[in-house]
Design a protein around this ligand. Sequence first.
Ligand SMILES: [Cu+2]
Length: 173
Amino acid sequence: MHTSSARLARTLALLGALLLLAACTSAAGAAGWTYAPPIATAAPSGSASPSGSAAPSGSAAPSSSAGAGSVIELHETADLKITDPSGQQVTNINVKKGETYTFRITNMAGFTHNFYIGLPADLQAGNSANLTGTGDFSSGTKEFQYTFTGDPVGFGCIVPGHYTLMNGTFTIQ
Ligand SMILES: [Cu+2]
């Protein structure tokens, strides 16, 4: 009976570990569903490609990639637009408060763009000291991460003359 109670204790410990594991897994899954319902319903769960397939026009929903947070992939064009990878202009992005996103910005223009997130006043003023983003670049892809605190931030390219055309808002849920 000594051995059987020890076995019972081991079994309970194992069960506890399994429950903990299941809780973590389902919590991660639930987070994916809450901020990207359009993509979650359109694509079968499992392999969400960051390049995405069908994005709604005007508003971009981030695609989730397992274990690495959500990736928001945007292009900056020669005609001074910020678009999704399919070429649709993006003027609003839905994000979740407290969530960290990876922004993956590709410059398609062949001249300098940048991409910053911050308060609209700082974006408008081109005050990069108060902003988070890529810095200037003229080709290729830059990445940075941003966590939404609930501040009413927007995004844009602050190269002189670009912001008026290259800007957008975040809807923080
Ligand atoms: Cu620009």
